[in-house]
Design a protein around this ligand. Structure first.
Ligand SMILES: [Zn+2]
Length: 331
């Protein structure tokens, strides 16, 4: 009488084991063979990184900075915000202490790889709020344009316009506009992904990773729709050095930063964004539609820290106000 239940149990167990092994194999193959165009640096050049927060420089260009310095090049970093999240810190001295700590951490990180302190600039716009003001954005664009004119960098790297943190996106906008004003060639402006709520597979793979033996690599991903993505060729030692860079950011959970972002840098040439249309339309994003179905409208913001309608409003206001000069193309 136990024969049938036993048979079902054995078959179910075998099916689960086969599915587990198949998923593990998928993770291994995906991690090992995901096609990525490789990028390397063959000459010394001057590199300008425009980061929103003190740790974004390592996320978007940790390897690029180290390789540039190793080739005898120069690295300059501009931070657009003060990195202090007021909604968490509340009023008072905590904000100022946080600003100072984040600047100390950034200096320690950058000088540890050989960037001179004099090459590090802090614009100190208030994190999450300062660059929601068109006046401040216009001023930041002018400052970054002056940096570009003065430095004449061989390459500029900024965070991608991806619907991740609102400060990352606006810093991308600032770089695009500043490059236009400075007459800087578009081919030499690059963007790098950090995080977004766009890809449907990501939350699924993250949950699978909790039980899998070989885990899916969840490196930052660009939004679909623009080509040209490249991954920096980094050795194991260089990757380890990038992870060590994160140890300087104690205020930001350096261990979590290294786990989440300790991958080879990825960049692509800055696409000709229509900023006033926001990074993507939530109504056409399968992940957003699914989250909205499960969590309801109130808890399904597709962007971090900024509602879709606020994106449309802010960038429309900026596009009206900021000069439209776009970066020129190199002959
Ligand atoms: Zn950031």
């Amino acid at each position: 009488m136990w024969a049938e239940p036993c048979r079902v149990l054995v078959l179910t167990s075998a099916g689960c084991a086969a599915a587990y092994l198949a998923l593990t194999l998928c993770a291994f193959v995906r991690n090992r063979f995901l096609p990525r165009k490789r990028l390397d640096f063959t000459r010394a050049e001057r590199l300008l990184i425009v980061a929103a927060h003190q740790d974004d420089e390592t996320i978007i260009a940790g390897g690029t900075m180290m390789k540039t310095l190793a080739k005898g090049g120069e690295v300059h970093v501009v931070y657009t915000t003060d990195g202090a999240v007021k909604r968490r810190l509340g009023p008072g001295a905590a904000v100022q202490n946080c600003v100072l700590q984040r600047e100390r951490e950034a200096r320690a990180c950058l000088t540890s790889i050989g960037v001179p302190e004099v090459n590090i600039s802090f614009l100190r716009y208030a994190c999450e709020t300062g660059l929601q003001e068109p006046d401040n954005v216009a001023a930041a664009i002018n400052i970054v344009a002056r940096h570009i004119e003065r430095l004449q960098p061989g390459r500029i790297v900024a965070a991608a316009f991806e619907g991740g943190h609102c400060d990352h996106d606006i810093s991308n906008y600032i770089v695009a506009k500043a490059a236009g004003i400075a007459g800087y060639p578009r081919e030499r402006v690059f963007e790098a992904p950090e995080y977004n709520r766009y890809h449907l597979s990501e939350p699924i793979l993250r949950r699978l990773n909790r039980v899998l033996w070989v885990k899916f690599e969840l490196r930052p991903r660009f939004l679909f729709g623009h080509g040209g993505a490249m991954t920096l060729a980094m050795s194991r030692k260089e990757l380890e050095s990038k992870r060590v860079m994160f140890t300087h950011f104690a205020s930001q959970d350096s261990g979590a930063l290294a786990t989440r972002f300790g991958f080879a840098d990825q960049v692509r040439p800055l696409p000709p964004y229509r900023y006033a249309e926001a990074p993507f339309n939530p109504a056409r994003c399968p992940r957003h539609r699914l989250v909205r179905l499960i969590r309801g409208k109130a808890r399904s913001n597709p962007f971090y820290g900024m509602a879709y309608r606020d994106y449309l409003r802010l960038y429309a206001a900026l596009e009206e106000r900021i000069p439209t000069a776009s970066p020129k193309r190199e002959p």
